[in-house]
Design a protein around this ligand. Structure first.
Ligand code: NDP
Length: 254
């Protein structure tokens, strides 16, 4: 049996920011498996080359640039379109976590987490959308978080960035929707990656996640692929401004 044509995204070109490892790399792999041309991004060229080698197919490219730096983003996106082709899909995934009580949170860290998790989506989204709106089509997926909805002690700045990213998603949908660009969020629950390694290794916290999640386990990066493929596909042409939580049910229960 073949997949429904509404889910066919073969031949599209996708840029996934922060895809040298973790969730971004898994999403890039999923897009490559769906027969997309994929551009991996991160700051470390060697790590990107290694990651590209792990992906299937011969239409995998890399573009090393810092998503928090306006001029680097502008030249990075322009160079991708020139070298690889027009972008159909952008996944704003690059992000970071800093855990500390608010009273101990340093000014520099506040700016760093805001730049990495929120400003980056504005900068890369704006550069991609300039071109997508001109062409009259495009899909942008912002990787939000269950912490776009809920927060725990010690991660207020992270939750603030992800809550704001949810509203930025809605604002992008409002501005660019009339020009054929759909913008949605995908909100992962607790997923095992480098970013969450300290939590996975903390047995007490780790078992709390398992108990607290209706699915009874931590998420795997692969769990997020289906949601992104859906939001990138024609099946989601009338879906915009939404956040799809892929969290084993965690945000829905007390
Ligand atoms: P990782 O730390 O494993 O990966 C982060 C990726 O972002 C790396 O490829 C890193 O590459 C890249 N990156 C970081 N800063 C920059 C920058 N300034 N410019 C370009 N690339 C950058 O994180 P995850 O895979 O766990 O998380 C990915 C996204 O998912 C984040 O937005 C995170 O907030 C979100 N998320 C994660 C959850 C989880 O449980 N893991 C839960 C909910 C949301 P390099 O350092 O080489 O530049």
């Amino acid at each position: 049996m073949t997949a429904h044509p509404l889910f066919d995204i073969s031949g599209r070109t996708a840029l996934v920011t922060g895809s040298s490892r973790g969730i971004g790399l898994a999403l890039a792999r999923g897009l490559a498996e769906a027969d997309c041309t994929v551009v991996l991004n991160g700051r470390d060229k060697d790590r990107l080359a290694e990651a590209a080698g792990e992906l299937p197919g011969d239409r995998v490219h890399t573009a090393a640039f810092d998503v928090t730096d306006g001029p680097s983003v502008a030249s990075g996106v322009a160079e991708v379109e020139e070298r690889v082709g027009p972008l159909d899909i952008l996944v704003n995934n690059a992000g970071m976590q800093l855990r500390a009580p608010l009273l101990e949170f340093a000014d520099a860290d506040w700016h760093r987490i805001l730049d990495t998790n929120l400003t980056s989506a504005f900068l890369v989204g704006r550069e991609a959308a300039r071109r997508m709106t001109e062409r009259g089509h495009g899909k942008i997926i912002n990787i939000c978080s269950l912490q776009s909805e809920v927060v725990r002690p010690g991660i207020a700045p992270y939750a603030a960035t992800k809550g704001a990213l949810k509203m930025l998603t809605k604002g992008m949908c409002a501005d660019w929707g009339p020009h054929g660009v759909q913008v949605n969020g995908l909100g992962p629950g607790y997923i095992e990656t480098e970013l969450t390694r300290p939590l996975v290794e903390d047995e007490e916290f780790s078992s709390w996640v398992r108990r607290r999640t209706p699915a009874g386990r931590w998420g795997r990066t692969r769990d997020l692929v289906g949601g992104v493929l859906f939001l990138a596909s024609p099946a989601a042409d009338f879906v915009s401004g939404q956040v799809l939580y892929v969290d084993g049910g965690m945000t829905s229960v007390l």
